[in-house]
Design a protein around this ligand. Structure first.
Ligand SMILES: [Zn+2]
Length: 273
């Protein structure tokens, strides 16, 4: 009974984290049930699961485009692409799929920033899963249709040079840009309950002391608001003090509210169709 509960929890956890990981676990479980496990060392189980999971992930990369979701580049270092995932971990977890429209918009943005500031790399964070309309990518409930994507900010050394492909935090998230004057904070009294507005104070130990690259930020945000809108962008979520700092307030630039995740560590974009 306890074993069944543990296996069910592993299935649910892998499904929520990677979408297809739960199915890979199910197949692994069936195979393991047919082969006496005592014949093999425990590491073999892990290798078999890993092999099934990677095969499923490769299958997803091949079939998702037929169903309207395309992967963003995972290994930018091996291509000349100016857009890439912030970490291969996002690809390993199948969280890098977007609609063709959002993909071409993201490439156009990255090319524009690179043309204005040669050597720039635009980094993508959580996007969407490969399959199923309405399947949320937690902890971003709205990332459920391939039409939403989070982009990392551009950073430079304090008073120094731009750092291509680098983020303040190891994941790209939670390296917050607090307003210099707390009175300018959009949420002076953040909701304590039922809120995704995490301050992640414990995580700040892992965040590097870097500055925003304001030139690249301004170029990217202005392109998104003007050219991006013409290409189907319907919403940009960023914290109001940053929208004011980069003079992009209004129009498709919105504030997500005080119960949703903070957007002073990344920018969220979404297309209409
Ligand atoms: Zn988002």
């Amino acid at each position: 009974m306890l074993k069944a509960l543990v296996h069910s929890l592993v299935f649910v956890f892998l499904t929520l984290l990677t979408q297809i990981g739960g199915l890979a676990y199910l197949l692994y479980f069936v195979i393991r049930g047919r082969v006496p496990s005592h014949r093999f060392p425990k590491i073999t189980n892990l290798l078999v699961f890993g092999l099934i999971y990677l095969s499923f992930s490769a299958g997803a990369a091949l079939t998702a485009p037929l169903l309207g979701r395309e992967p963003l580049p995972c290994f930018g270092a091996f291509t000349d692409s100016s857009i890439q995932m912030q970490s291969p971990l996002y690809c390993l977890l199948n969280r890098h799929y977007v609609s063709p429209r959002l993909k071409s918009l993201t490439f156009a943005l990255a090319d524009h920033v690179d043309a204005r500031h040669p050597g720039s790399i635009t980094l993508a964070l959580d996007a969407g899963f490969p399959f199923i309309e309405g399947f949320p990518l937690l902890p971003h409930p709205s990332h459920d249709d391939g039409r939403k994507l989070d982009l990392a900010f551009y950073y430079k050394e304090p008073n120094g040079a731009y750092l291509p492909g680098v983020t303040k935090s190891p994941l790209g998230y939670w390296g917050f840009e607090n307003p210099k004057n707390k009175a300018n904070s959009a949420c002076k009294k953040a909701a304590k309950t039922l809120s995704l507005r995490w301050n992640m104070e414990w995580f700040q130990l892992f965040v590097r002391h870097l500055e925003l690259d304001r030139q690249r930020m301004a170029t990217a945000l202005k392109w998104l608001k003007n050219e991006g809108r013409k290409k189907g962008l319907s919403k940009i979520l960023i914290e109001p003090h940053l929208a004011r700092a980069f003079s992009i307030s209004g129009g498709i630039v919105r504030f997500q509210g005080c119960r949703a995740a903070r957007h002073d560590d990344h920018v969220h974009i979404q297309v209409s169709g």
